[in-house]
Design a protein around this ligand. Structure first.
Ligand code: SF4
Ligand code: SF4
Length: 448
């Protein structure tokens, strides 16, 4: 371990550095590290096709990530640390093994989707099943992302002003980049030597759980882990463009209730009461009160049912999400949902969705499946620092137009609610420059 392990990071420093979940969720890390747990897991599963950021960060910064894990274990009082990583990444595992701090082990994960789902990871690594509606803490675990761990290790020295992300798909050179927070997605694609197609579309966060971003000037924030560029007519893009009326109409007429969507649903396999085929049945009726539609509250939105399991290419995921939102808006929840954790033992092993098969199904196999970390200049003459880059309340700006700011300077802090800071984390300038505009969502800073 490096000597920095001896520098003990505090929860307050993790807050002040603006560390949030860098794997896409954006949950403020200081809140997780203020809890007590017996196990801390590093989520290095990275199961979204074509993404390589976590593996590359581990390869380039193994000591910092392990340091962050050791710091997190100390803060939550855990005696056990686990790095969950795909077993096929032999070189990274061999790099880590001789460096492992006391109490830390590596768990090899299958090359399957969604191994990176927190519930799935906790089960694969510890054998514990998180109950429906629960969080890892309910079974004594805290889960943090690889890059988050690195940021924890560095929290005493520097705030979060950079982001690692893989840019892959229809680009000339798939890469993992380290960029200042607040640059545009288009600048990242240019750093991957540009798109190979004439009308590129951007999937932010991955093809399975990410979203289609039509605005190529959208800004990188603390949660942007991947950018997959696809041709305009790619099946993933077309599926994302289906509107709800179309999804419901086709689903109503074409679903034959085969139940494959349920049989392969990772949350159903963990014993949760979600049955997407029954949610599909609800399209024909107004069955939102039915017990099995109440189960849609436990959908993790992994998209496996829609993009892999359903032989008819229907969209049970969106049907579940629609029901889930409706239940939430009506403040309806299943108070004592049935839970069959032994289902995981019985079925999970034989029903995983292999990544290779998923990629064939999604028409991704012709893209180069790698993303080495390269140092590339990404234009950062002007950055936009979003005031909301995390779960919780948007920050309030603490700078004004015309102010000079330095890289790492706080430019926004969580607002106060009832005299206390709201859930969130401060945001910092990622460059030296001058504030040129402040609006409700973004602080714009230009280099002098
Ligand atoms: S897999 Fe498709 S066809 Fe089968 S029940 Fe689910 S939505 Fe219907
Ligand atoms: S998106 Fe589909 S497969 Fe994933 S948890 Fe929800 S219902 Fe299950």
């Amino acid at each position: 371990m490096t000597s920095t392990l001896m520098e003990q990071v505090t929860v307050a420093q993790v807050h002040d550095a603006g560390v949030v979940g860098a794997g896409g969720a954006g949950f403020p890390t200081h809140v997780k590290l203020a809890a007590k747990a017996d196990t801390v897991l590093i989520n290095a599963a990275e199961c979204e096709p074509l993404l390589h950021k976590d593996k590359e960060v581990l390869r380039a910064f193994p000591d910092q990530v392990l340091n962050g894990l050791a710091q997190a274990m100390r803060l939550v009082g855990a005696s056990r640390g686990i790095i969950g990583i795909k077993g096929k990444y032999h070189d990274v595992i061999e790099l880590l093994r001789p460096r492992l701090p006391q109490g830390v082990e590596i768990v090899s994960l299958p090359d399957a989707y969604p191994s990176g789902d927190e519930f799935m990871l906790v089960y694969e690594a510890t054998g514990r099943v998180i109950p429906p509606g629960g969080i890892p803490l309910h079974v004594g675990a805290v889960v943090i992302n690889v890059e988050t761990a690195k940021n924890v290790a560095e929290a005493a020295a520097q705030p979060v002003t950079e982001k690692f992300l893989t840019v892959a798909g229809a680009v000339h050179e798939p890469v993992t980049l380290r960029v200042p927070i607040g640059v545009t997605l288009e600048a990242c694609v240019e750093a991957a030597d540009g798109p190979t197609v004439s009308n590129p579309q951007y999937m932010v966060g991955g093809v399975m759980m990410g979203y289609l971003e039509e605005n190529h000037q959208a800004l990188v924030d603390k949660t942007t882990g991947g950018l997959i560029v696809l041709p305009d007519d790619h099946v993933v893009v077309r599926r994302r463009r289906r509107d709800w009326a179309q999804i419901a109409r086709i689903g109503r007429s074409a679903c034959d209730q085969c139940s494959y969507c349920t049989e392969l649903c990772p949350r159903w396999l963990l014993g949760h009461p979600i049955e997407p085929h029954r949610a599909m049945r609800s399209l024909g009726f107004n069955l939102v009160g039915e017990a099995n539609v109440l189960g849609t509250s436990f959908c993790c939105e992994c998209n496996l049912c829609s993009l892999y399991s359903c032989p008819e290419d229907l969209d049970p995921r969106n049907v579940c999400v629609q029901n889930k939102r409706r239940l939430a808006s009506e403040k309806r929840r299943w108070e004592s949902p049935p839970f069959v954790p032994e289902r995981a033992e019985r079925h999970l092993k034989n029903r995983r969705a292999p990544t290779a098969r998923l990629m064939r199904k999604l028409g991704l196999t012709h893209f180069t499946n790698r993303g080495p970390l390269v140092e590339r200049a990404v234009s950062a003459r002007r950055v936009g620092i979003k005031l909301k880059q995390h779960v919780g309340a948007p920050c309030r700006p603490v700078v004004s137009v015309g102010d000079n700011v330095l890289r790492g300077q706080v430019v926004g802090v969580p607002p106060e609610v009832n005299g206390k800071p709201a859930l969130g984390a401060p945001v910092h300038s990622s460059i030296d420059g001058r504030v040129t505009a402040v609006d409700d969502a973004v602080i714009w800073i230009s280099a002098e």
